[in-house]
Design a binder for this molecule. Structure first.
Ligand SMILES: Nc1ncnc2c1ncn2[C@@H]1O[C@H](COP(=O)(O)OP(=O)(O)OP(=O)(O)O)[C@@H](O)[C@H]1O
Length: 911
């Protein structure tokens, strides 16, 4: 969709509207008025069994959906373009439009057309928008990914403070926090919203717009008036049905503004129906491990760089049994914690479940059958759910009891001192139903048939004998059907004709004869009884007064039964709505339990260990593996070589900075990433694929690995690399963990080496964080002697008969060479090229032409710039004068190079 077009919602003046209505038929006038209220959305206008789309919307929808574009009547002398989709299949079409970036306003008939007719034959059926379908407010299973969360985010700013609010309708989770322009990317990439509401003014901020465009899903600009905190407060109070938000915590004006944007958007898109949401959770700036978008992408946490879940960390370790559990695991990996207590609480639950294999299997078996209660709850809360959603809740509730029993009985067979960990205890408490929930469970069990239909309007979902009135209506309906059969037999006997009594929505019950048989009717003595209804090509249809009477009785009984069923459905839905908070909590507990069991299961299968988590500067991993590479190698029948890595920001127990060298393909990138992934897994509360891990919690994780990704729009790979490295050097703290892979390789050798050298120095001397720095610049290994807490590590390979064998072992010490030519040979380069390269390499090495005398490089000269002396113009050298006459911003790289040559010549002359 053209984003610019949706930036402004053109207000239509009453005069303009009147002009537009000129010459429109009543229905088209109704369409134009409705569309004017939602100009940015495609309007699906219900007409009988179809949703129709007119004018420009028709052109857009037809193109996006591959529908035929037709015409319907005229408007102001022109044909009206039209496209239509059958109402029963609308959901699939809407899904396609949403994926294509549209918003769809669904306008339904709000009364029976018969009602409208009563007002006069020309009167128009009442219609109104019942919902605006947008990516962030979807609740239908068919429109949502089972294992992906669907979040709506709002960003607003007040008094120089920016805040972000986020809602997930399916879990009812609402949170908000203050953000900075620097941290916005990290939060957005963790939440991965489907849709982001941005206060109009903020969209003018290039940095904010750039981030939201890449990470925010569909952008919905919001008018300034909507972000007013006072108005936001009123909307929030209405949404939560409270007098004050004080009970939820103290929110800043920016937070209230962002939350208010969400409340307004829900109000409009749900046409006034309010979902049941949890109280907004206010997050501190430092609740989670900060992971910026490029780090997240390069570590392939929830999707691989080539796109998709396959090959990502989550795909490798997700053993959850429910889609809710899978969503929770993704959320935990997206936002690992930083509080050791909270992390250890999660780990306690995993450990407890590892020790109880049998119990774990039983719990997992129970979880296997559990449907997605969160989404059913959100649909019911928004008045959109059906009988099948009630059944989902029933099924979950019936399993909850079993889960509690299993968890509670766990310790009967282990030592008396053993108690449940706090997280499991909390889950047991949440799963224990209140009396009201038990009553609901009982009622749902009594009321619902085993396989109810999706839509309440289809009826037939209440069990026989649940309700006496319903029973009476159903019996009448069923009896009447019996009577129809009797009448059919009777008429067949009387007339001697093989007539049939049939039913359709237009005629109701009727007698049908073939055209030939119908000729016999006229000759019957009681021919007058047969009232002609319809003649088709091959059939003639009749009725009799008896059949008409029977028809209306049957219709009444059927509609009475449906009305009663709908009333029962509404009662049950209301009961569920009342208990939504409690039911949400139960489901959260189910998801938490699923994640803990899944983590235990994965840990057991992979001999993973519990990380030791504390506040401190140490990172000490022994025998660690990369969980995704292990899996990939295993499928090829190859082993993975575990490696150790010890870093200590204080420089006491280990180096602060490790320079990682080694031949191409030796496993440097894998080594770097695996250590970062250990941190993410450990701080997410999971066991890690290592013999042991001691981890002083990390506040920010940075990784600069590989070529630029899709964030690099409009920037060269090298530029992107520099931007990301700059961000790391400006944002990392002494509690951060940085991995840098071959920075500086995208430019000339000396520039690259200089940048890599200076960055390494800066990490070690100024930031003082734990860092792994992989490089092909062997000159950098000298830093080990120059810096106090820097060491060389190399990933090993050995040459055998001219071939290279990779050992993938991380050892202390620097690698001697790159073996690039051998790797080229392995890659299948033509032998002549390889031979020639070997020849050139030998010559270069013997001439030592490119070796820099780094021993002579004055250490930290760059960190302490020489004080600039003021020199009188007459005392300036030619070189200085030439230098001062330059405007560096005006120079292209090529011109800059030429200037350097010129200056150099001048210096020679000066000298
Ligand atoms: N510890 C290990 N054990 C076994 N195989 C490994 C190990 N580490 C890496 N490998 C294998 O080696 C391949 C290359 O690893 P990686 O990309 O990490 O090398 P690299 O040194 O970064 O290479 P380059 O310098 O060319 O970027 C991996 O795809 C993997 O198959």
């Amino acid at each position: 969709m053209d984003m610019n077009a949706s930036f402004s919602t053109p207000e239509i003046t009453p005069e303009e509207l009147a002009a537009r209505l000129e010459g429109a038929t009543p229905v088209i006038a109704q369409y134009i008025e409705t569309k004017a209220s939602q100009p940015d959305a495609l309007l699906f206008f219900r007409m009988g069994d179809f949703y129709e789309v007119f004018f420009d919307d028709a052109v857009k929808a037809a193109a996006a959906l591959g529908l035929a574009l037709t015409k319907r009547g005229k408007y102001q002398g022109e044909d009206i373009p039209m496209a239509g989709v059958p109402a029963h299949a609308a959901e699939a079409y809407i899904a396609k439009l949403i994926r294509a970036g549209f918003r769809v306003a669904v306008c339904d008939q709000l009364e029976d057309p018969a009602e409208a007719k009563k007002r006069g034959s020309k009167s128009v059926v009442k219609r109104g928008i019942v919902r605006i379908v947008t990516p962030g407010t979807l609740t239908e299973d068919s429109l949502l990914e089972a294992s992906g969360a669907n979040r709506l985010v709002a960003i607003s700013a007040r008094a120089g403070v920016m805040a972000l609010a986020c809602v997930e309708l399916s879990t009812g989770d609402v949170e908000c926090l203050e953000v900075t322009p620097e941290s916005l990317g990290s939060h957005l990439s963790a939440l991965r919203p489907s849709e982001t509401l941005v206060a109009d003014r903020l969209l003018g901020d290039e940095a904010v717009y750039g981030l939201v465009k890449v990470l925010g899903g569909v952008i919905q600009p919001q008018a300034a008036a909507l972000s007013d905190p006072a108005a936001g407060l009123t909307r929030l109070k209405r949404l939560y049905g409270v007098e004050t938000l004080d009970g939820f915590g103290a929110f800043s004006p920016a937070e209230v503004s962002a939350l208010g944007l969400i409340a307004a958007y829900i109000d409009v898109t749900q046409a006034g129906k309010l979902p049941v949401l949890k109280a907004p959770r206010r997050l501190g700036a430092q609740t989670f491990l900060a992971i910026d978008p490029s780090t997240r992408a390069s570590l392939e946490i929830d999707r691989a760089q080539r796109g998709g879940r396959e090959g990502s960390l989550i795909a490798a370790i997700d053993r959850t049994m429910t889609s809710g559990g899978s969503r929770l695991l993704s959320a935990r990996l997206a936002r690992p914690l930083i509080d050791p207590l909270a992390i250890n609480a999660r780990l306690d639950a995993v450990e407890w479940l590892i020790e109880r294999r049998g119990l774990r299997q039983e719990v997992r078996n129970t979880l296997r059958g559990l449907p997605d209660m969160a989404r059913a709850l959100s649909r019911l809360g928004l008045g959109r759910g059906g009988p099948r959603d009630l059944k989902v809740i029933k099924d979950c509730l019936s399993h909850a009891g079993g889960l509690i029993q299993r968890l509670q009985s766990a310790d009967r067979d282990s030592s008396a001192l053993d108690t449940h960990p706090a997280e499991i205890m909390a889950q047991i408490t949440s799963l224990t139903p209140s009396e009201a929930v038990e009553a609901l469970n009982y009622r749902l069990g009594q009321a619902l048939v085993d396989e109810p239909p999706l839509m309440a309007r289809d009826g037939g979902f209440i069990r026989p004998n649940y309700n006496a009135n319903l029973n009476a209506a159903i019996n009448l309906r069923n009896d009447s059907r019996q009577v129809i059969l009797q009448l059919e037999a009777q008429l067949q006997g009387e007339t001697g004709l093989p007539l049939k009594i049939k039913y359709n929505g237009v005629l109701g019950y009727f007698i049908e004869l073939s055209a030939k048989q119908a000729e016999g009717i006229a000759t019957l003595p009681n021919a007058a009884h047969f009232i002609h209804r319809q003649t088709l090509a091959n059939q003639v249809r009749y009725s009799t007064t008896e059949l008409i009477d029977l028809d209306s009785r049957i219709q009444r009984a059927a509609s009475d039964a449906l009305t009663l069923e709908l009333a029962i459905f509404e009662d049950l839905r209301e009961e569920v709505r009342h208990l939504t908070h409690e039911l949400q909590q139960m489901f959260d507990a189910v998801c938490g339990l699923d994640v803990a069991c899944a983590a235990a299961e994965w840990a057991e299968d992979h001999e993973a260990t519990r990380p030791v988590i504390f506040d401190g500067p140490l990172f000490d991993a022994k025998g660690a593996k990369h969980p995704v590479v292990v899996q990939a190698l295993r499928s090829e029948g190859k082993p993975f070589t575990p490696n150790d890595c010890c870093l200590d920001a204080s420089g006491q127990a280990g180096a602060r900075l490790s320079l990682v060298t080694g031949p191409n393909m030796a496993g440097k990138s894998t080594f770097l990433r695996q250590n970062a992934i250990l941190i993410i897994m450990a701080q997410a509360g999971l066991y890690v694929p290592a013999a042991s891990l001691k981890l002083g919690v990390v506040d920010r994780l940075f990784s600069r690995v590989g070529a630029g990704d899709d964030l690099a729009q409009g920037r060269s790979t090298f530029m992107m690399e520099m931007v990301e490295t700059a961000a790391i050097l400006s944002q990392a703290t002494d509690r951060s963990f940085v991995i840098l892979d071959e920075i500086g390789r995208g430019t000339a050798t000396f520039d690259g080496l200089a940048i890599a050298w200076a960055s390494a120095e800066n990490l070690h001397e100024t930031i003082k964080c734990r860092a792994l720095f992989a490089t092909h610049y062997h000159e950098m290994s000298k830093l080990e002697q120059l810096l106090s807490a820097c060491e060389n590590i190399s990933l090993t390979a050995k040459e055998h008969n001219g071939d290279l064998i990779f050992l993938h072992e991380a050892k202390k010490g620097a690698a001697d060479r790159s073996y690039g030519v051998q790797v080229a040979k392995l890659a299948g380069m033509p032998p002549r090229v390889v031979a020639r390269a070997r020849d050139i390499l030998e010559r270069l090495e013997s001439e030592n032409a490119t070796r820099l005398k780094l021993d002579d490089l004055p250490l930290f000269a760059s960190l302490q710039p020489e004080p600039v002396k003021n020199v009188a113009p007459q005392q300036q050298s030619e070189a200085e004068k030439a230098l001062l006459a330059l405007d560096p911003d005006d120079l292209s790289p090529r011109e800059a190079l030429e200037v350097i040559y010129r200056l150099r010549n001048l210096v020679k002359i000066d000298a």
